[in-house]
Unconditional design. Structure first.
Length: 582
């Protein structure tokens, strides 16, 4: 073994090593790989690990898919192509995570690679493994570049550091379809606190079929990028625009070796929103807590400065690094935290906050992507709680794209109650954990909705409730039983879904939640569409008078439902004010 290592070292130093097949033992199993080493490599050079797709192999990934030798020769970095067991990857467990970790150790031992500049890429199932590794070994991989592969079962972003990502995807891919990519990247955009609106570069690098989308300014300066290739299918594209070259140009910007402090936002989460209904000029927003985590690997944090746009709002010199802002005005706020360490070096984190003053809110505008839970929404089905924005779901509570040739809406929010528990299936808008809160001023409102069942031939009622965000008190509710059932297939046609207006009043300015509950029986469900919230009239809604009979105009019961002939002795609401009919 010593002689072999000595021979490889001599060959490396003399510039003769190019391609080597190798084996290492991981968990008692012999694993194989192919490594490409440029001539005259030198020491402390980067490493790129490139993983093949399902039912492919390392040789195919090297020779047919990536073709990166020229790039590696010019930039002087090592490429290793691992071999999956039975041409597959473990994309949920740790078997191949340990293999990748062992490969990094092997390359460091043989070629003295720079451990701070290790990059991971993969095609198809190899791309899925790349996403899996983001959450597992982000401390060992400086940047990630998946190609035509992402977690089809639902995305998660919980790495211990901000993660730079370049995802390359053909729009005509019929194996791992392009329509799920943005949902997965959205999780990482939020995790990294990147800008929520991408910069778009059409005709990227002069190629009419290429479009680049960049979500930048993330923690530690990371970016999330999507390179879309129009008309390309499930393969690595190398006609003109070279995928491998783009991967290297992206990855080479990142290293794990940071001396500057690291800082990231805990609150508010990226893309958070505060929505307030109120008379003109009187919209009120709750206090906003800005809190970050900050640390320095080679020293200590001296201070953290907070900014709202270019305005300095506070300096905090100790944990917790937090400040509360009150009286914020409507509009988009670019919030920034700058951490300074004991050496005077700085790290910056940014996040966005949208404060919206309105009298009408079209909630269904966010129902535009299948397989996701939209921002502001939280769902529960007795088994799993999902919080928006999250995506990549193929089952359970999520947005369904309805495609029947006759349909009353194109997208709907599907919720279900698996076990039949009391109030066990629901969707709620405005819970703080979902990143968007709702504040209502005293007055009368209308919640417009269209609801049908998904797979309840006998129909299942839905309870629509207005609840206080703090304490969960119900202030108004109504029960509606749909008359339309889609029939458990998005391709089924459906029509006749009634558009309804649920009128309700609130007596005090506070945070509120819009809640939809399925029936309390197993697999009760519903689909919600055409959802809008409108303010009809602002003003006090306490008891204003005692009358013998209503004096004309609209009259409502305490649930906000219009009543044409009110009975004596019951409280009613007219023009936003309560009265008593004697």
């Amino acid at each position: 073994m010593m002689k072999l290592k000595l021979l490889l070292t001599i060959l490396l130093l003399t510039g003769l090593v190019t391609v080597q097949a190798g084996n290492i033992t991981v968990d008692g199993v012999q694993r194989s790989y192919i490594v490409y080493v440029p001539a005259d490599l030198g020491a402390s050079r980067p490493l790129l690990i490139s993983c093949h797709g399902a039912n492919q192999d390392a040789s195919y990934q090297k020779n047919t898919q990536m073709k990166m030798e020229t790039v590696a020769d010019t930039a002087k970095f090592v490429i290793v192509f691992p071999e999956g067991i039975d041409r597959q990857w473990d994309i949920s467990g740790d078997r191949d995570i340990r293999f990748i970790t062992a490969l990094i150790d092997e390359m460091a031992s043989k070629y003295a690679i720079d451990r701070n500049r290790v990059y991971l890429s993969g095609f198809s199932m190899g791309g899925m493994l790349t996403y899996h590794a983001m959450n597992k070994i982000a401390d060992k991989i400086a940047a990630f570049a998946p190609i035509s592969g992402y977690p089809l079962w639902g995305a998660a972003a919980n790495s211990l550091r901000p993660v730079p990502i370049l995802h390359t995807q053909g729009t005509a891919d019929d194996v791992v379809k392009a329509d799920g990519v943005r949902g997965v990247l959205g999780k990482w955009i939020q995790h990294n606190h990147c800008a929520t609106i991408a910069k778009e570069y059409k005709n990227y690098m002069g190629y009419s079929h290429a479009s680049l989308y960049v979500w930048g300014n993330g923690d530690d300066g990371v970016e999330v990028r999507l390179l879309e290739l129009e008309g390309k299918g499930h393969w690595v594209s190398n006609d003109g625009l070279l995928t491998g070259e783009e991967i290297w140009n992206f990855c080479k910007r990142y290293t794990l070796d940071r001396t500057a402090p690291s800082v990231s936002f805990i609150s508010p989460r990226a893309g958070a929103g505060y929505i307030s209904f109120g008379p003109g000029g009187e919209a009120a927003f709750p206090p906003v807590v800005l809190e970050v985590r900050a640390d320095d690997t080679n020293g200590s944090i001296a201070k953290v400065d907070f900014y709202d746009g270019d305005v300095h709002v506070a300096t905090v010199s100790g944990v917790p690094y937090a400040v509360t802002l009150t009286g914020m005005k409507a509009g988009r706020h670019a919030l920034k935290a700058v951490a300074t360490d004991n050496d005077g070096e700085t790290g910056t984190a940014v996040t966005e906050l949208n404060l919206q003053a309105t009298h009408a809110l079209n909630l269904s505008e966010a129902f535009s992507e299948g397989g996701c839970v939209p921002a502001g929404w939280t769902t529960y089905d007795t088994k799993e709680k999902r919080t928006g924005y999250s995506s990549g779901y193929g089952q359970g509570c999520r947005i369904l794209q309805l495609t029947g040739s006759r349909r009353d809406f194109d997208y709907g929010l599907y919720i279900r109650n698996i076990d039949g528990q009391a109030r066990g299936g629901w969707a709620k808008y405005g819970l703080a954990e979902a990143g968007t809160t709702l504040t209502l001023a005293p007055g009368r409102y209308a919640l417009i909705y269209r609801i049908c069942n998904w797979n309840c031939p006998g129909f299942a009622p839905v309870d629509i409730s207005i609840e206080k965000r703090d304490g969960g008190e119900t202030v108004a509710s109504e029960v509606f039983t749909p008359a339309v059932n889609i029939g458990n297939a998005a391709s089924n046609s459906f029509g006749g879904v009634e558009t309804r207006a649920f009128g309700f009043s609130v007596a005090e300015a506070a945070g509120y939640v819009l809640a939809f509950y399925t029936a309390d029986r197993g697999w009760a469900d519903c689909i919600i569409g055409g959802l809008q919230l409108c303010a009809e009239e602002y003003g006090t809604v306490g008891v204003a008078a005692v009358e013998a009979a209503p004096g004309g105009g609209a009259c409502y019961n305490l649930q906000g439902q219009a009543v044409e002939h009110p009975r004596k002795g019951v409280y009613y609401i007219r023009n936003g004010k309560k009265i008593i009919i004697r």
